[in-house]
Write a protein that binds this ligand. Structure first.
Ligand SMILES: [Zn+2]
Ligand SMILES: [Zn+2]
Length: 119
């Protein structure tokens, strides 16, 4: 099986060989500013780059924050953190196919701004 994902300009493309373990939405200000909030948690072995890896830039936040932010240099699409760890947090906004899994938890809901209403 293959679940495809890509950035807004189509330069960055990847696929997943199995459904994500789970999906979760983060409402913290950092995810909000990075332009992503829902993440698909995927085993590293199940993630495969198809194109545009050279377009991927990374932002490494200052400690104690440790969640790296990857994005397409050309269009700015948030990709999550597809390069570190055994379980990768892939920005769900990049998925083109139905991952077969829906969001099952939410984090940092008290940090959500007034215009956003977490369930
Ligand atoms: Zn792009
Ligand atoms: Zn967050």
């Amino acid at each position: 099986m293959s679940i495809k994902g890509s950035c807004c300009c189509g330069g960055v493309r990847f696929e997943l060989f199995e459904p994500p373990l789970m999906l979760g939405t983060c409402h913290c200000s950092r995810c909000r500013k990075a332009g992503s909030g829902a993440y698909a948690y995927v085993r590293a072995e199940a993630f495969h780059w198809l194109a545009g890896r050279e377009l991927v830039a990374r932002y490494h936040p200052k400690p104690p924050m440790k969640f790296n932010r990857s994005f397409c240099k050309r269009c700015g699409t948030s990709l999550g953190d597809p390069d570190s760890g055994r379980i990768l947090a892939i920005a769900a906004n990049c998925l083109d196919d139905d991952p077969g899994v829906a969001v099952s938890f939410e984090e940092f809901t008290p940090d959500a701004p007034p215009w956003e209403k977490p369930a």
